[in-house]
Design a protein around this ligand. Structure first.
Ligand SMILES: Cc1ncc(COP(=O)(O)O)c(C=O)c1O
Length: 340
């Protein structure tokens, strides 16, 4: 099928805003930095999953689903947006939540996202570890139980990062290209936090598919080394190619750019650099990032700009993919010297 013919179920108003971060640009020197505000959307505070879910829920509804199942960390933004979309469409949501940082269970259960899942009526199943196999086993058990109860569940993959969900970021790429033209700019690089790779794969595929051959998509890994992330990225790109018709060599190996020096100990563990980046952007631009994804992505972008690690940089773009509702478990990191 052609990209344009794939059904999409609108769940938020688009386009999201795009503008220059004048104060941050000044702070980092002689370069213009722009931001794409995908953190501001209509599924319970929004974030990058909303765009993916527009395609995923269209598929779920076409398949006659009456409930959705998905998984993520206790503090998951993906789960919160899935639960919100399901509520809007009158579907039940069943969510399997694991714990990426065992020492932070109490704090993570106090996160904005978990609270919102509860308030929106998700059926929650907690897995007390970060073990993927255990989480997947629980997910299969929940699925079997729902089928036995006569339901028709739809499985939303981790991060909605399959060939269908990633189409949401192809659409975002087209949206960005129009905004760049309207602003009369030609960005050399766009930065984002890369986890399950659907956002990265869709954005890269979308730029090349709609005719942008030059902008480099730089994924700051939030969890794994470069070789593992690149393989996931290749896999998701293949999954997109299984859904829509695209030229075979639209994306080259050089197009796959992952930086893995900014995620620290592991997924969802804070880093000093990300905390500093969160504070800087909050104080210079009034924009809130998060410690799991966008803070680390911003720390990577700042390091690469400041230390001249980019080839011919111009009009740098940062994709704000959401995540601020997951700030609260990390409050202690920010609450030193908090008042006069
Ligand atoms: C705020 C935020 N940014 C970035 C990502 C990473 O996106 P992806 O899983 O598509 O790589 C996520 C995924 O959960 C997220 O919640």
């Amino acid at each position: 099928m052609k990209f344009e013919d794939i059904p999409r179920l609108p769940l938020t108003s688009l386009p999201t805003s795009f503008y220059a971060m004048a104060n941050l640009s000044k702070e980092l020197g002689d370069i213009d930095i722009y931001i794409k505000r995908d953190d501001v959307m209509e599924l319970a505070h929004g974030g990058n999953k909303t765009r993916k879910l527009e395609y995923v829920f269209a598929d779920a509804v076409a398949k006659g689903a009456d409930c959705v199942i998905t998984m993520g960390g206790i503090q998951s933004n993906h789960v919160r947006q899935t639960v919100s979309g399901a509520a809007k469409l009158g579907l039940e949501s069943h969510v399997i939540l694991n714990n990426p940082v065992p020492t932070m269970k109490k704090q993570l259960l106090g996160s904005g996202n978990y609270l919102m899942d509860v308030i929106m009526g998700a059926h929650i199943y907690l897995v007390d570890s970060d073990d993927d196999e255990q989480t997947i086993a629980k997910m299969n058990e929940v699925r079997n139980d729902l089928i036995k109860a006569g339901k028709n569940p739809y499985m939303v993959p981790l991060g909605a990062s399959d060939g269908i969900g990633s189409l949401g970021y192809m659409l975002a790429a087209r949206e960005l290209m129009i905004q760049w033209e309207n602003n009369n700019i030609s960005p050399s690089h766009i930065f984002l936090g890369t986890g399950s790779c659907g956002t990265h794969a869709g954005l890269l595929m979308g730029l090349r598919y709609f005719g942008n051959k030059t902008t480099k998509v730089v994924g700051i890994s939030v969890s794994q080394p470069e070789d593992i992330k690149k393989q996931t990225l290749r896999d998701v790109i293949s999954q997109i190619k299984a859904v829509i018709e695209v030229e075979d060599n639209l994306i080259s190996e050089q197009d796959l750019i992952i930086k893995d020096q900014y995620y620290g100990q592991a997924y969802a563990y804070p880093t000093a650099e990300a905390n500093a980046a969160i504070k800087l952007v909050a104080r210079k631009e009034g924009i809130l990032l998060d410690p799991v994804y966008t803070g680390k992505a911003m720390a990577g972008m700042i390091d690469m700009i400041k230390n001249n690690k980019l080839d011919n940089p111009q009009d740098i773009v940062f994709l704000h993919s959401g995540g601020a509702p997951a700030l609260h478990p990390y409050a202690e990191l920010f609450l030193e010297n908090d008042h006069e």
